[in-house]
Design a protein around this ligand. Structure first.
Ligand code: GCB
Length: 896
């Protein structure tokens, strides 16, 4: 195989981290004496080659796919990261391919790796992987969210330099009762969706195979502003055929590359033996502390020096580890403390996917996500609901974000030994792989584990969950005594009555009061009750959120309407109540980005839409509420970017014509002391956003462009502005109002919110007919809540509908009109069960319409026609039911 190494950068300063940087560090930093004298190649970290390109992929299970001579001519070329579920998890077909896929690639042997130990390091493959080299099974892994490593030295030893070996990987994404997550609200995309590395070490090396850990463990248990002790532990493996004497040397350098402390251990290892070492390094005085504000990183370089026949030389195995020095604690009444200061953790949750791309994200995309979260002002991220890529943890260390990481036990458990064993392994993988990251302060191992017990719940199920939780809690504590432990529960007393909530050091609640049920205002009192009932417990609010869709807007937002405005209202209420509760160790919004969840049936099917940002990472207006409350930088944002095309009328249809302007609310999110809002240059007054960072104005919108500008001053006197143009289309209550010639009207039947279609047409809320206006006669507003609509991306328009009306009337002025109807059979009704005529004026637009027959269940179906309004009678669309009751989802009329 060939290895392409980057050369050391010129100059003394280097960016530490990554193997290229480590090369530079070894060459240029003072470090150990040999590092200055030897060519950089000899002293660098273990060789790592990224196996990104040159892969072939096929779905299914071709016989013999692991064999070197297997004919893979028909396979598809791909590079990593890769998933096979990016598209099928978004289509109208329920479910996505949860089955087997195969990958193949060649590895070219290189003379210089003769005699070295060779390993493959997979950062993650979902969810069961089996690895073959030269047709031999070399290992595998169960669980889709942690790394694993396999040794391939023996298999490659049979391949002559210049020849190629064949690597084949079978990945199985089938549901398996024994592998967490059993079920969850996110898509389990299959594939080798993270990086794969080829690692080469000298025969005497740090352990590579201990749950894919780096082979070195760094502890900083005794840190203060005055001094910090560093302990380095690890395992050295002797893969030579003879006994060897080694020195393990650990050197800590600061961010400038200057050595600050070091330690060494001398070991004698018999052939094939491995040995633990433990080094207490000399204390670092007046350390630079790590915090989100100052994410200072030292580097610990651990090098093996061997003595094969003469002077010591460094083995080609060296592990560099970022080291952050910090300490923390938490108190049930006063919350979290970092480095001795009160430090409320306020942040967000992050899933690792992008809708349309699945979980196959590049390192750059992972890092960009953390940069986005950091820029918002968050200081903590919960990596939900599973361990994430190494690039994520590295970025958190470097950028300064506190991390809660967890294993993917979600919704329920399986009462089997295999499930327990796999759960324990997931804890070991996570903690051992990410132990050295200073950003990590807390390990979790369950989420809402009592949410979906098997039905009927078997005898002893709850006790089994508690038992498993106790096992995992003990496992985490045995692996790491320096972090907090946690689990997140849904809003249920069962976590208390079962005693589950007593197990972890921090108990976290996922709270959706005012979304799935209850009201927004119930949050604070509910938390206070928990705090009072369990005064010694550390509490965290791990999730809160509401779905939103930029196409949906509401003047009068209500729970679950998926409008942008309800999400804002919800969060304004939550942010204010959470800020008043200093006992909360942390709060994390659900979630930073919209993410894929195949089973979801909201207005954007297969997507959880609670993001502060869309899945393409574009902020929703509500994002700025969070930025304003969390960030130290000045924030001033008119929260109407996503509703800059509005239409409206005065609510009372009986007041007659000409009732402009239409007064509507405009919200500004800002952390400035005072903000003044202007409409077309006219001041609407100044307001103080206060601690909730929210100010609202009643804006008298007029037909046409309304230029909104906000102006404010920061505490330093600097001035800040924001501006947005809102195009407002005035609709008179009376459609025949001569002062506003009628052009068109679109109604989202059965809906309480407005929907903007891809052409920018706004389908307004439904209403009953009144004289001179428009609306339904009879029937009731309905919603398809448990399913998406096939054959259209305009789900929200079809998902709401009116059923059982006799007519829709539009009291438009005389003239000729085009009428468009949007229809869907909202249930699984069979052919013949719902049949109706649609009449337009005197004529029949369509007779005996049977949506189940012409389109199929829950499938979009559109019809249109023309009609004449004459003698001041307006237009009537009549629904004449023959069997069942008539339905309609949208009606648009346009004057032609
Ligand atoms: C939760 C879950 C999370 C879901 C979220 C929601 O409590 O922990 O996985 O996505 O609720 O949006 O319902």
């Amino acid at each position: 195989m060939s290895f392409d190494f980057e050369q050391p950068a010129p100059g003394r300063r280097s960016i530490l981290g990554g193997f290229a940087a480590a090369t530079a560090l070894a060459a240029l930093a003072p470090g150990p004496a040999w590092a200055r004298d030897l060519p950089p190649q000899a002293a660098r970290q273990r060789d790592r080659e990224l196996l990104k390109t040159g892969w072939l992929y096929t779905e299914g299970e071709p016989v013999g796919a692991e064999r070197p001579r297997f004919d893979d001519g028909g396979w598809t070329g791909t590079s990593l990261p890769h998933t096979w579920n990016a598209a099928d998890s978004l289509d109208d077909e329920p479910g996505y391919r949860r089955d087997v896929g195969w990958y193949r690639r060649t590895l070219r042997m290189d003379q210089r790796h003769k005699g070295q130990r060779l390993f493959l390091y997979f950062e993650g493959a979902n969810q069961v992987a089996d690895v073959y080299v030269q047709g031999q099974h070399v290992g595998g892994h169960v669980g889709g969210y942690s790394a694993f490593s396999v040794e391939i030295t023996d298999q490659l030893a049979q391949v002559r330099p210049g020849q190629e070996a064949v690597l084949a990987v079978r990945v199985d994404n089938s549901h398996n009762d024994d592998i967490p997550p059993y079920s969850a609200d996110f898509t389990f995309y299959g594939g080798i969706y993270r990086n794969v590395w080829l690692i080469a070490t000298d025969p005497v090396h740090l352990d590579v195979l201990d749950h894919a850990s780096p082979g070195v463990k760094i502890d900083t248990s005794d840190v203060s502003a005055a001094a910090a002790s560093v302990r380095v532990r690890g395992v050295v493996v002797n893969d030579r055929a003879e006994t060897t004497d080694v020195t393990v040397r650990s050197t800590v350098v600061d961010a400038e590359g200057y050595e600050v402390t070091s330690g060494k251990t001398v070991l004698q290892l018999r052939p094939g033996a491995s040995k633990d070492f433990q080094q207490e390094l000399k204390r670092i005085t007046a350390p630079n502390l790590w915090s989100p504000e100052t994410p200072y990183l030292y580097t610990v370089s651990t090098v093996i020096e061997e003595e094969p026949g003469g002077g010591k030389r460094p083995s080609r195995d060296r592990v560099d580890t970022s080291l952050g020095l910090r300490w923390f604690s938490a108190d049930p009444d006063t919350g979290f403390r970092l480095n001795g200061q009160s430090y409320p953790l306020r942040g967000t949750n992050r899933h690792q996917d992008i809708v349309g791309q699945g979980n196959a994200l590049t390192d750059e995309e992972h890092v960009r996500d953390l940069e986005i979260i950091k820029a918002m002002g968050a200081n903590v991220v919960r990596l939900a609901h599973y361990p994430q890529a190494p690039a994520v943890l590295d970025a958190a260390d470097r950028l300064g974000l506190v991390i809660w990481e967890e294993t993917p036990l979600v919704n329920r458990i399986t009462m089997t030994e295999d499930f327990t064993r796999n759960s324990i392994n997931m804890v070991k993988d996570m903690v051992r792989q990410h132990y050295n990251h200073p950003s990590v302060i807390m390990w979790g191992y369950m989420n809402e584990i009592l949410l979906r017990p098997p039905e009927p719940e078997p005898f002893g199920y709850e006790a089994a969950v508690v038992e498993l939780a106790r096992t995992l809690e003990n496992q985490v504590r045995a692996e790491d005594s320096t972090r907090l432990t946690t689990m997140a529960g849904h809003q249920s007393e069962r976590y208390n009555t079962s005693s589950l909530a007593e197990l972890p050091m921090v108990f976290a609640w996922n709270l959706y009061l005012g979304w799935y049920g209850g009201t927004i205002e119930m949050l604070g009192p509910w938390l206070d009750e928990q705090h009072k009932a369990h005064p010694k417990r550390l509490h965290w609010v791990s999730e809160f959120g509401a779905d939103s869709d930029s196409r949906l807007h509401s003047v009068d937002p209500v729970r679950m309407d998926q409008s942008i405005e309800y999400q804002q209202l919800f969060n304004e209420g939550y942010v204010a109540q959470l800020a008043e509760r200093p006992y909360l160790a942390g709060t994390t919004y659900w979630s930073q980005f919209d993410f894929g969840s195949e089973t979801r049936t909201g207005s954007i099917p297969h997507v959880n839409m609670k993001g502060l940002m869309h899945s393409n990472r574009k902020p929703k207006d509500v994002y700025y509420l969070f930025e304003a409350t969390m960030s130290a930088k000045p924030v001033l944002h008119i929260a109407s970017r996503e509703w800059n095309n509005r239409t409206g009328t005065v609510p009372d249809a009986k007041t007659g014509s000409g009732a402009q302007p239409v007064t509507r609310n405009v919200t500004v999110y800002s952390n400035l002391i005072e903000v003044e809002l202007f409409q077309n240059g006219r001041s609407l007054g100044a307001k103080k956003p206060g601690t909730t960072c929210t100010a609202k104005w009643d804006v008298p919108f007029i037909d046409g462009v309304n230029q909104l500008t906000a102006h404010g001053r920061g505490p330093d006197g600097a001035s800040h502005d924001d501006a947005v143009d809102v195009v407002f289309t005035y609709r008179p209550p009376r459609l025949a109002d001569p002062s506003v010639p009628f052009r068109q009207l679109a109604v989202s039947a059965g809906s309480t919110v407005q929907y903007t279609d891809p052409d920018g047409l706004i389908w307004i809320e439904d209403q009953e007919h009144s004289d001179g206006a428009w609306g339904a006669i009879g029937g009731k507003a309905m919603l398809i809540s448990e399913y998406w609509v096939n054959g259209s991306e305009e789900d929200p328009l079809y998902q709401t509908y009116r059923e059982g009306m006799s007519d829709y009337r539009f009291d438009v002025p005389d003239g000729r009109y085009e009428v468009r109807l949007r229809l869907v059979e909202p249930t699984t009704a069979k052919k013949g069960e719902r049949v109706f005529d649609v009449l337009l004026g005197e004529g029949t637009l369509v007779g005996n319409l049977d949506l189940a027959a012409v389109a199929g269940p829950r499938t979009a179906y559109d019809i249109s026609g023309h009609t004449e309004a004459a003698d001041g009678n307006g237009i009537t669309v009549t629904f004449n039911a023959k069997s069942g009751s008539a339905v309609v989802s949208g009606i648009a009329i346009r004057r032609v």
